[in-house]
Design a binder for this molecule. Structure first.
Ligand code: ADP
Length: 263
């Protein structure tokens, strides 16, 4: 636990996972994951389907509860807290506060269908943060511009392509000014010709210093944008390191097999 007390985490890590396990019934899908992510880092999680990548993201964002181990985000333990020398479950309000520090983008775009693009982006800051509408609208316009959709603010999701919807979903997640962005296969539901525009937005966010954990099968994105790639298989981290090291010179047989299949 280098330099950390039992419940503290060194300030330099934005995310720290220690010996994380997760079971669904008798199915242990995460078998002791250790992972850190530093501020400004882009970490790509790679691995075969079913290796536990999505589950790991969902644990960070408290859409699932840990079976064992600990996760800290921004120095705070996720889901539990220490009071009077003992660990307590966090309240729902406190969990909501923790979750509001994290933005998540899913495979499916999950936009509110009855709201326009800009209303989707404004929803959480207005409803959750109770910020004045005029301020929120200004920021939402800036974010839609950032994702290249300034001219689509008044469109409904059904009037947008999949790539455009996903870019609105990214703007919506950014609207809460998260410290961390989680992407779960954000391009895998898109037609191939729409993948590039979404990856382009993510690349730009990375260049601006956004801390990101990205589950993806897009090897060129991982190679070009990630600071570190983490290869998972069957609930464990098999190997991790700089993209060129892991993707071009994998040490482990399981990584090699996977990379040959996705090429
Ligand atoms: P990946 O993202 O690497 O494809 P997942 O995290 O989605 O892997 O899934 C890992 C394993 O956990 C799979 O075997 C999946 O069936 C199982 N799993 C995921 N979520 C649930 C759930 N809510 N209930 C039961 N099993 C689940």
């Amino acid at each position: 636990m280098s330099g950390a007390s039992a419940v503290g985490a060194p300030a330099e890590h934005l995310v720290r996972a220690v010996n994380v396990t997760k079971s669904f019934g008798s199915n242990e899908v995460l078998k002791g994951i250790d992972l850190t992510v530093d501020p400004g880092e882009v970490v790509c999680l790679l691995g075969p389907s079913g290796s536990g990548k999505t589950t790991f993201l969902r644990l960070i964002n408290q859409m699932e509860t840990l079976t064992g181990g600990r996760i800290w985000v921004g120095g705070e333990l996720v889901g539990i807290e220490e009071r009077g020398g003992r660990l307590h479950m966090r309240t729902d309000a406190d969990i909501a506060r923790q979750r509001s520090r994290i933005g998540m983008v899913f495979q499916r775009f999950n936009l509110f269908p009855h709201m326009t693009a800009i209303e989707n982006v404004m929803e959480a800051p207005v409803q959750v943060k109770r910020l004045p509408k005029a301020t929120v609208r200004q920021e939402a316009e800036r974010l839609l511009d950032l994702v290249g959709l300034a001219d689509r603010a008044g469109f409904y999701p059904s009037q947008l392509s999949g790539g455009q919807q996903q870019r609105v979903a990214i703007a919506r997640a950014l609207a809460m000014k998260p410290e961390l962005m989680l992407f779960d296969e954000p391009t895998s539901a898109l037609d191939p010709e729409l993948v590039g525009e979404v990856l382009g937005v993510m690349r730009r966010l990375a260049e601006e210093g956004t801390t990101m954990i990205v589950v993806t099968h897009e090897m060129s994105f991982a190679r070009g944008v990630a600071d570190r790639v983490v290869f998972m298989d069957q609930g464990v981290v098999v190997e991790e390191g700089p993209p060129d090291a892991v993707l071009l010179h994998p040490r482990e047989e399981r990584t090699r097999t996977f990379l040959q299949r996705v090429k």
